[in-house]
Design a protein around this ligand. Sequence first.
Ligand code: GLY
Length: 350
Amino acid sequence: MRSITVHTSPAYSVQIGAGLLRQCGGLLREALPGQKTAVVTDSTVAPLYLSAVRESLQSAGFTVCSHIFSAGETSKNFDTLSGILEFLADERLTRTDSVIALGGGVTGDMAGFAAATYLRGVRYAQLPTTLLAAVDSSVGGKTAIDLKAGKNLAGAFLQPSAVLCDTDCLQSLPADVFADGAAEAIKTGILSDESLFALFERDALNVSPEEIIARCIAYKAGVVERDEREQNERRLLNLGHTVGHAIERCSQYAIPHGHAVAAGIAIIARAAERLGWTDEPIAGRVTRCLARHQLPVDSDFAASELADAASADKKRSGDTITLVIPRRIGHCELKTVPVAELRAVIEAGL
Ligand code: GLY
């Protein structure tokens, strides 16, 4: 088992290893000192892991209740959030009690948002069961729901009190769900260092997921520690996300997050290269690596549709929008462009 401490205030640990869900009660006891905990999960994950998690929590002395919502990005809305909040209130959770997010990115975002707002904030833990949640969304304290106008437009920052990544969960993931997580892991390689990116060019994700998750989390932890509320450096973690979120929204969320982000990374890498914003040709290398992990590297939506959808993005500020530009593997930069130029940038990458 590997352990990484995220030095936010307060600090918390991310533990990564096999079989952690079955031991979660003991592993969470110190981080979640309250008597009662509410496990929030979805209809895909509940039949796989909920009973083992409940059993372990009960053995460690927790009083456990659980709430299951319908799986999928289209559930990431006010109705589901309100269902979770009403459940916490019906269960009489108090300020010293806690929430546990058991599942992928959607579950983590929504259970986290419920924890951030219920009684103005209670402790919560993340138990990611997908690769995407393990390498990215379970760490850093971003919580959100989608609005009609776009993705993650309502949310809060609240760091979890603990994160447990059970690598056994990865074995049961369908190939396309695994690929979704590969997109965020490859994103981290492009941002952080050549040696991590090179591992993805050699399929290491399938061979040593524990090491890869640990490296991705260690990188993200450093960024989050330096810029917890995304005022500056943390914006780099949005590489591929402006176009990616636009693709998700244009497809009415039929294209999953990681697939959309992969296409978004490929499009911005090609655009950056063609517009002379890179230090070296990188688009071919990035595109080949994403395609090797069964990820899309293009979009059927027109540049105008994508630019329109992206103009509602959180990264917009007045008439400008800040894009993440990959200059070379291991080094990306923020570039602010007028919203009016976004369509031309996207067109250059299609
Ligand atoms: N997923 C990007 C971030 O947490 O900032």
